[in-house]
Write a protein that binds this ligand. Structure first.
Ligand code: SF4
Length: 357
C-alpha cells in the first residue's frame, strides 16, 4: 500500500512553455486568491502566507515513486534502487523503511536482483553494467530526461559538439553526457563559457539539465552565443515544464514576501533553484528546509508575509507540516498564488502497467 502522504495522487499538465526568450515577467493569469475569511493586508498589520501553486510533485517524480511502490508489490522486498529514486529525504527514508535498498551503483546489487533506475536517468554504461550482472532492471527515468538523452544521441550522430548546460556531478548530467561522451562538454554556468572549445563553430548545439534556473541558463546561452554565433537551440525546451512552472509561481509571490520557505532537500537541484529565484525576484530572505522542524522561529521576527513553495520531488504532507507550524506563530491566513494548472500523467514502465491508483 502507498505510504500516506508519499503520493498525493495529484496529476499534472505541462502548463505554459516559457523557456525560449522567457523573461522574468509574470504571466497575466496570476491571481492572489482571497481565502474564505478575507485577506489580511499589510496595512492591517496582518500576518499571512502566500502558497505557490503549482508546487511539489511533478509527473516524473509521481511516476518514479509509484514505480518503486509497484515493484515492491510485484517482486517483494528487497528492491534495489540505484541512487536516490528522487532527491527528497522524506521519500527516500520512507521507501527505505518499506524494504528499498538504495545503492550508489549496480555492482552493489546482488546478481539477478531487481534494480530500479532513478528519475534522473542513467548512461548506457550503467545499463551495460546491470546486464553484465543479470540484473532485472526497471527504468524510472523521467520521460523528459529521456527526451534530452535522445537529443544528445541524435546530435552526436550528426557529429555536433554538444554543450550541455548543467551542474557538475549531478546524476542527470552524468546520464545525459554518457550517451555521447565524445561529443558532450559540460558547461556549469556562465563563468564556464570561456573554457569551452569546439571543433567546428558551425556545428554546435546547447542542451541542458531539466531542473536549472531558466534565467541563469539563458544567461549562459547568451554568453555561449557571443562566442559561437551559429550555436543551435535544442529542438524543444530541456528545462522541464515542472521546473519552469514552479519558478514562475515563486516569482509571482516573491516581491510581496519578507520570507520565502522552500520545502525541499539540499541535493534537489530544482528546490535549490527556487531559493535563488525567490531571492532574485525580490524576497527579502529565502530558506530551504526538508521539514517544518528546520524552520527557525528567528526567521519570522518582523515578518508579515511568508511565501511557501516546494520542489518537484516534495510530497505535500511536508508543506502541510510547515503551514501548521506557521499557524502556531500567527500565520494562519493562507492565500494561494496560482500561475498554472498541471494535469500531466506519465505511464508507468511497461512491465508495471496495471490500473493506476
Ligand atoms: S522535475 Fe521535470 S524532468 Fe525532473 S522528474 Fe519532474 S518532470 Fe521530470
Amino acid at each position: 500500500m502507498p505510504q500516506p502522504g508519499l503520493r498525493p495522487g495529484a496529476r499534472h499538465s505541462p502548463g505554459p512553455r516559457k523557456l525560449r526568450g522567457m523573461s522574468s515577467a509574470i504571466p497575466l493569469n496570476v491571481g492572489i486568491a482571497r481565502s474564505a475569511g478575507g485577506v489580511k493586508t499589510e496595512a492591517d498589520g496582518g500576518k499571512r502566507v502566500l502558497l505557490a501553486e503549482p508546487r511539489g510533485y511533478c509527473a516524473g517524480v509521481d511516476r518514479a515513486v509509484e514505480t518503486v511502490e509497484k515493484a515492491l508489490e510485484k517482486h517483494g522486498a528487497p528492491i534495489y534502487v540505484r541512487k536516490e529514486i528522487v532527491h527528497n529525504r522524506h521519500v527516500v527514508e520512507t521507501l527505505r523503511e518499506r524494504g528499498v535498498v538504495f545503492v550508489d551503483d549496480t555492482d552493489e546489487v546482488p546478481h539477478g536482483a531487481v534494480v530500479v533506475f532513478s528519475a534522473h536517468g542513467v548512461s548506457p554504461a550503467v545499463h551495460e553494467a546491470a546486464a553484465a550482472r543479470d540484473l532485472h532492471t526497471i527504468d524510472a527515468t523521467c520521460p523528459l530526461v529521456t527526451k534530452v538523452h535522445q537529443e544528445a544521441k541524435r546530435f552526436a550522430r550528426d557529429d555536433f559538439d554538444i554543450l550541455l548546460i548543467g551542474h557538475e556531478g549531478h546524476e542527470e548530467v552524468e546520464g545525459t553526457a554518457g550517451e555521447a561522451p565524445d561529443h558532450v562538454q559540460l558547461v556549469d554556468g556562465p563563468d564556464a563559457v570561456d573554457r569551452v572549445t569546439v571543433r567546428d563553430e558551425s556545428k554546435v548545439i546547447w542542451l541542458s539539465q531539466t531542473t536549472l534556473s531558466v534565467d541563469e541558463t539563458m544567461e549562459t546561452v547568451q554568453r555561449l552565443r557571443e562566442r559561437f554565433p551559429s550555436l543551435q537551440d535544442p529542438p524543444s525546451d530541456d528545462i522541464c515544464y515542472a521546473t519552469q512552472n514552479r519558478q514562475v509561481a515563486v516569482k509571482a509571490m516573491a516581491p510581496e514576501c519578507d520570507l520565502v520557505i522552500v520545502v525541499g532537500s539540499r541535493n534537489s537541484s530544482n528546490s535549490v533553484r527556487l531559493v535563488e529565484v525567490a531571492l532574485g525576484a525580490g524576497a527579502r530572505a529565502a530558506h530551504l528546509v526538508d521539514y517544518a522542524r528546520e524552520v527557525d522561529p528567528a526567521w519570522l521576527e518582523g515578518v508579515r508575509t511568508v511565501g511557501i513553495t516546494s520542489g518537484a520531488s516534495v510530497p505535500d504532507i511536508l508543506v502541510r507540516g510547515v503551514l501548521d507550524m506557521l499557524a502556531e506563530y500567527g500565520f494562519g491566513e493562507v492565500q494561494p498564488v496560482t500561475t498554472a494548472n498541471e494535469t500531466l500523467v506519465f505511464a508507468l514502465p511497461r512491465e508495471l502497467r496495471t490500473a493506476r491508483r
